[in-house]
Every structure is written in C-alpha cells, then in structure tokens.
Design a protein around this ligand. Sequence first.
Ligand SMILES: [Zn+2]
Length: 210
Amino acid sequence: MRFFQTPAVFSWLFPRIWWHRKTAEKVLYLTFDDGPIPDVTEFVLNQLALYQAKATFFCVGENLERNPAIAEMVYHAGHTLANHTHKHVQAWKTPVNDYLLEVERCQSALNKVQPTANSSMLFRPPHGQLTLAHLKRLQEKYQVVMWSHLTYDFDQTLPPEKCWDKLKGKLRPGAILVMHDSLKAERNLRFVLPRLLQHAVSLGYSFKAL
Ligand SMILES: [Zn+2]
C-alpha cells in the first residue's frame, strides 16, 4: 500500500514536525533525499535552474564526503542542504544515542559546505522512521521535516507516468514534496521533475527552499 498523501492526523499528533508550511501563497517546497551523487543531482540542479526554482536537499553524510564538489554546486545555486544521517540509518533498528551520533556526523559534513549560521538545522529521518524517543532528542536541536506528498519515485515497480499522475492533481500552497536524487529513483525522477516544474509554474506556483 502506497501513501502518496500524508494523512492529516499526523500533523495533529505531531505539530512540531513540518508536514507542510502554512501559506496562502502558491509556493511549493521540493525536497530531494539521499544525494548528492554525480549525474542525478546535477540533472536536478539543471532542471531547477531552468525555472529559478529553489529546493532542499536532505543529504546522506557519506555522499557529501564522496562528492564535495557536487555539494558545493547545490549550495552555491542557492538551495538548502539538510541532514539525512551519515549512513542512511533506520531509527527502528538504531538505538537513540547511536542514531544521534549518525546525525551529528552528517551535520559535521554539512557544516563544511554550508555555514550553519545561514540555515536552520533541518533533519529528515531515513524511511520516515522515528520513535518518540528519537524524536524527542532530535527536537532538542533539529527541526524535523517530513512531507505532505511522497512521490515514490524510488519505487522501480511504479511506472513514471503513474508517479506523475499521482502528483499532478495534488499541488497545494505550502506542500512539501519528496523526490530522491538517487540511482533507484533516477528513471522516475527524470520523467516527473521536468513535468512537475513546467506544470506548477504554468499554474502560478514558485518553488522555495525550506
Ligand atoms: Zn532517504
């Protein structure tokens, strides 16, 4: 079962987490998880530049260390770099203290590219997994960001046309949309992102970083 739209009850249960941003303006918040990597992240940057769109990249620390030049490109293009743990660890399998070390390690890699003074400390848990104990500790220091729409671009059994079809009628002011700059998502990403940008701009939307 795929949940493209996040049920409203989550934002009621966890109001401090960002599920969407409250605004009447036609603004969308695109987020890209799991990069930065060669080619795919660069494809995303090129597409965003065509529309002066800004986005938020939830980076894996290991990828930041492997691909510092791409991370610099993301930062210098005016996007926000944010934290997605160092090795993409799962909260349900990782004790809280170990998890926090993973998050800190990613943050150190991020801080080498993006001065923290210029950004709030945004964090998204890999696989959207958290426990109340993890959340409590994270919220002492980080703004936890989830999403209002998950594209499932990473699901290679989901045809690109369907991935786009599930998204295009769901654009709302302040929505936080999740895509992935990863090899798994590449096929759907290359199909959906250009269509999303063109369609949303034609409806009067702009794209901002969180
Ligand atoms: Zn991820």
